[in-house]
Design a protein. Structure first.
Length: 94
């Protein structure tokens, strides 16, 4: 999840039960193919599930975090927060 687009995707998914593909594409500011590649990698890791459903007469893809994905995102955020705290301590020690 360290890549910026994946981190953006994960941040969105951590706050919702599911998100529509087009909304994630808009937020991550990437093309369909780039988003698909990121989502495929996240799905292979077991972090997200993708479901297709009809809405407004069109087929849409909805993405949800798995339990494993939520746990991995939480751990990643904790590691980032620890890194920031460490850097702040080092900066104040100078």
């Amino acid at each position: 999840m360290h890549q910026p687009a994946r981190l953006q995707i994960a941040a969105v998914l951590s706050n919702v039960s599911s998100a529509e593909f087009a909304k994630l594409r808009e937020i991550a500011d990437v093309s369909d193919s780039v988003l698909s590649k990121h989502l495929s990698a996240m799905a292979e890791a077991g972090y997200v599930t993708l479901k297709k459903a009809a809405m407004d007469g069109r087929q849409r893809t909805w993405i949800s975090f798995t339990r494993k994905g939520r746990k991995a995102f939480k751990a990643h955020m904790a590691a980032l927060q620890a890194l920031v705290a460490s850097a702040e301590q080092a900066a104040t020690a100078e």
